[in-house]
Structure formats: structure tokens, C-alpha cells
Design a protein around this ligand. Sequence first.
Ligand SMILES: *Cc1c(COP(=O)(O)O)cnc(C)c1O
Length: 240
Amino acid sequence: MGSIAERIQIIQKNIEAACRRSGRDPEQIQLILVTKTASMTAIQEVIRLGFTDLGENRVQHLKQIADEVDAFLKQQQAENPSFHKQVRWHMIGHLQRNKVKQTLQICNYIHSVDTLRLAEEINTAAAKLDHHPNVLLQVNCSEEPQKYGVPVGAAVHLAEQIASMPNLRLIGLMTMAPLTMNKEVVRACFARCREIFEEIRSANIGGAKFKHLSMGMSQDYEIAVEEGATILRIGSAVFA
Ligand SMILES: *Cc1c(COP(=O)(O)O)cnc(C)c1O
């Protein structure tokens, strides 16, 4: 399977090829590396390689890993004053309202906002901390009943409500494709998310900051790029 650096290089080549197929610019695509299964050594390596947007799906693990990463960054800075890397943490998993404050102390990006109550909780907690977190509305584009995410039919209205909250910056939509080998099912899910995204944009909800589609994981990121993703969340293809 090669080293971490080689695996990232392969992913970047695949992203470039998907961009060529769909007439897109690879510069428009951000890679978030999902560390939930990664060792600390592997995380240090990706940071050294310059990949500093990291994602976690559980608050408990996020806190532990973020502390270890902080210690690593401090140590690197002490050894080498020209080392200036900072990590941006992204919460990508289901978030319980009682974990919001803890999450905001670490993350400036939350991809998994999917109810009005959660958005209100984040807005209130952010106001107390004087934070303006970037949030994405998670949409259940696969319409599987067991999935998190706002139902497709309620997405535009919820986006409007979130965009009106003073401490939240609504920067886009997030979705997860169903776990299936059927690429057309995956593609249809991403295409549906992009349609909702375009609808929200044309209604000017969220203004110019509303510009991201967070979709695509290790198994399906090339399809996501072809369907307009601007943020990919990749874990196992790098760390497994
Ligand atoms: C784990 C996870 C990912 C990354 O999945 P991989 O298949 O390991 O690339 C992306 N998004 C969410 C919400 C996740 O929980």
C-alpha cells in the first residue's frame, strides 16, 4: 500500500484526473484528513507534509487527539522557530447538544449541523465564547431513514434559519453517500446535494460565504469531485 506520503500522492492524482474529466480546477478542492483511526505518528507525518485540515467524528476522541497534536506543534516550534504550522479541526460526525461547548473550544468548522435545535445551541454557545464558527448543513441526500441529516425537503428552510443566526457562518452543505458498490446510486446522492446547494445559492441564502459542498470519502471521492465537491473528507485511504 506504500507510505502515507505515497497514498496522499495517489489521491491527489485521482482528484486531478476527476477534475480534468469534469472541467474543474483542483485548486477549488480542499482535503480534510479524517484522523479517527490514525496513530499519532501518522498524524504527525501528515502535518509535516503540510496537511493541516483534520477531521474527527467523536468529541471525546477529538479532545484527546487535539491535545496531543497541540503538544506536538509546541514541541516542533520549540525545536525550530521557523515551524509555523497550525491545525484546523473539523467536527464531521453527529454532535450532541451537550457536547457543543467542548467542540467549539477546539473546532472552527462543524460539518454536521442537521437540526434547528442543534444550530441554536451552537449559536448560543458561540456567542458566549465570542466565536463565529463555520457551519455546514448536513443533508440526508440518500434518504436512508437511519442516517443523520435534515431531510431533503426541509433543507432550504433550515439553511435560511441557520443563515440568520448572528454567530454562525453558514458556508455550505455536507452529505454522506450510502454504503453501496453501486456508483450510480452514489452519484445520484451527490448530484441531489448539489441541486439543493444551487437552490440555496440562487436564493442568496448565506451570501458569498455559502460556497462549499463537503462530500466524498475514501470510497467515493472521485465521484464527489465530478459532482461538484469542494471539500473531501478522507480517512482510511490515507491512514488504514
Ligand atoms: C469516517 C468519516 C469519513 C472518512 O471516511 P473514510 O471512508 O475513512 O475515508 C468522512 N466523513 C465522516 C462523517 C466520517 O465519519
